[in-house]
Structure formats: C-alpha cells, structure tokens
Design a protein around this ligand. Sequence first.
Ligand code: SF4
Length: 506
Amino acid sequence: MPSLYLINPAESVPGYFGLEVLEAWAGIRAVGMADLAMPTVAAFAPADWAVRLCDERVEPVDFDASAEFIGLTGKITQRERLRELATEFQRRGRKIIIGGSYASLSPEEVRTYADILVIGEIEEIAAELFADLSSGRYKPEYRGTKPDIGAGPLPRWDLYPPGHAMTAQVQTSRGCPFECEFCDVIQYLGRKQRWKEPERVIEELNLLHGYGYRSVFFADDNLTVMRRRTRSLLEALACWNDRPAGDRMAFSTQVSIDIARDADILNLLRESGFAMTFIGIETPNEESLSLAGKRQNLNADMIGRIRTIAEHGILAFGGIVVGFDQDGPDIFERQAAFIQAMPLPLVSPGLLVAPDATPLHARLAAAGRLIDGRQSAASVVGTNIRPLLMSDETLRNGMIWLLNRVFSAELFAERVAAFVDICGEHRPQERMPFFSGMNAALARRLARSGRPEYALIRMLDKAAHARPDLLSILTTIFVYYCQARFMLEREGIWDETTRRRDRPLI
Ligand code: SF4
C-alpha cells in the first residue's frame, strides 16, 4: 500500500501568533491554530493510500515512520526545520515531497532538498501527482493552477492530532484584489478572489464542530473585500451559529480597514460570531502607505475607523510595519503615539521585509539594498532590507524601543481599558471566572514581572466581571499579550530601562 507521512515542521522562532507561551509558562502543549495545509492535502490521497499527519509544533516527528513518501509543508518561518527534516529523511532513504507557501514563493531555496517539488495550489494537480507517485514514475516538479477552491474534498481533520489546537481553520476564499508592494500572498494566490459557496463552508464547519472545535480562524486573505459574497456568507453563518453558549463557535479572520465604512457587514460579522480580526494598519506615515501601494489605508481616519470596529463589538489585531523608505528616525515615536491613540490592545509590530517574488523585493534588489539577498525571518527585529533614511543600527534600536513601549504593561492596560469602554455588546457567554486553568497559570508567571503587570492582571479580572459578554475576548487579549512578552524576553530585547513610558527614544 503506498504511504505518505505529512509533516508541518516546527517554527524557527516564536511569532506573535504561535502561542508558544502556553507551553513555556503554563505547561500546556498547544498551538494557536491547527495547520490547514496537511488535512487539505491528505484529502486528495486515493483510498488505497495510508496517510499520517504530524504537526511538529505539538508532537515529535517519528523518524522511523515506515512511509515511502515524506511530505513537508510550511511558511518561511519554518524553513530551517523544513530543511533539517528533509535532509534527515533523505539520509534514511525516503522520497521527499515539498510544497506549501514557502516552496511556492522561494522554490530555489528548497529545490535541492526535494525529490518532488510542488509549486502553487494543489487542487487541480493532486490527481496527477498521486497517480504518478503510485506508479513510481513521478516528475521532479509539479506546478499548480488557480483552481475552483470549493470543488475539492473536505479536509481530513480526522487525521489531525486532536486536542492540541486552540483554533481550527477554514478557508472560504483565496486571493486579494489589492496590490500592496510587500505582499507575497497575491503573488502566490492571485488578485482575483476565488471563493467557496456558503453551503460548502457550513459543511466544513459541521465537520470541525463534530470534532469538538469551538473556535475557527477563517484563513482568508481578505474575508470581506467582496461585499455581496461576504453578505451571503455571513447571513448563512449567523443562521448556522445561532446556538446556545458552549455550542456556539467563535470566529476570527483577516480584513482590510475599509470594512469600517460598512456598518451592515460589521453587524453581520458580530451576529455570526466573529470576535476578532487581523487588520493591516501598517503606519501613520501617509507617504509610506502611498509608496507601498496600500491605497485602502490612504487618507483614512485610521483611529476613527478602529474605534468604529470596536464599537461594533470586534477586536482588531493591528499589523504595524516600520522601515518603509519614507520612515525617518522619528517614526518610532510617531508609531508609539499612533498605536496608543487607538482602542487597540493587540498589535504585531514588525520591520518591513521584502519576501521573494514581491515587487518590493525586485525594486530593492535592483537598488542593491537587500541584505544577504534573501529573506529574514529569524527575529522580530530582523529584516533583509537596508533602510533608506537611517542606519541599520538606528532601525534595530528604534524597533526594540517601540516594542518595549507598546507592550509595557501600563500602556497595554490603557489600550485594553479604551477598548472595553466602547466595545459593542456580545451575546451572553457561559459564566466562568476569568482566572481558571490556563489564564491562572499565565497570570502567576506574568505577575512575577512587577507591579504594572500585576495591575494589568487585576484590571483584566475586573473588566471580565463588569463585561461577562467579553470574557473570551479578554482571554484572547491576555494570552496574546503573554505571547508578545514571552517573545521579547526570549529574544533578549525586553529591557527594564527602556520600557518606562516617560523615557523618550532619543
Ligand atoms: S490587503 Fe493584505 S492580502 Fe491584500 S494585497 Fe494588501 S497585504 Fe496583501
């Protein structure tokens, strides 16, 4: 019987979304999000194949697995481990298949590690690939197309290790019509959005609900950008998710800031169960937005729009980027003030990076401004770009200052209070104390850091009493705050002397 062992490699360094803090501080081996790529690929295996999945973030790789083919997937943040695993399994005589977003966007970085390289989306080439593998006459490379994403089989969640992921995933669309210069998503998935019908999405949710998941991330690049299809999807979700507390699903996703102009869609998002959404806010520097082609953020009252989203009961998780060509040394203090002016507890500040295959990468390569000529993912203060208006050192030091500022417990607590103050009401949730189990373990560890941290914990507890409808949102805020602090401490860039709010950058 042909056999396949599919592996999602461990991340090289913790990121804002990995939730490695759960194991480090609370002894809970779990990931923020279950991997969707492996169950999706596994579903295409013919019935006579034996398929096994391993998410290395929650269980060790079995190097003695008897599978004939080893399948490796992953993002750029997993590349070191992906290469190590490929090398070790090749040494053991296995055939290595590599696919996923990293392999698709940077094929030359993995080609030598793969017997079979799969570039692009798998749906329309899966039948040919598995037939060739079965016959033993396979090609060194397969190139995917832009398929109808609703036509494939349902993901094989039955094979995914149970009980380790806080959130499962569905994907209802691929692609985004915008054209941000630094974005590799549109290079991989295109600008013409393709989507699944609501009935198909509900089928996938039924499957996940049956496996016990009560939290689902919609892994769309921009869920709401096509308003008519968004409306029909959200109406179907609102109807499906009209359930008692405990049985109801909590949803999260990614949208662009233009959503704040559409009160109807915001109301539908909340009614259907969305409590959090990632939004690329990026920068208060309009010149940077303009050069980056981030037209949906231009000339927008970003602070007002984030307020509007919060008033509709939705927590924004703000993507923040520093290091654009128009960013001078004043950008760090501008960003700190900008972030603090919004009811926005959760942010993920990072340096601008030029991923392979993007227009930004091509422009900077032509200008000789790429460091090492390759992407950097090894650090939250790492980049592959030489800044234009400041030195490398100023960029790095300024970013460390900004991170310490933004995640100081005092300033974070102010943003939480601002959010809770205006957040629209959610449906009542099951009554339970804020500090049960996981939260209590994290709180005990965080409280050891000092008085501001203890005060933050107390204020979250009080907020949960005052607004029991926000219990799960407050838990999300708390867990992601702990993850950010864990990341910064682990990188050795959490610094007592710079995080005091009254200390200016220069
Ligand atoms: S809005 Fe987001 S997904 Fe769309 S092009 Fe810009 S960065 Fe990429």
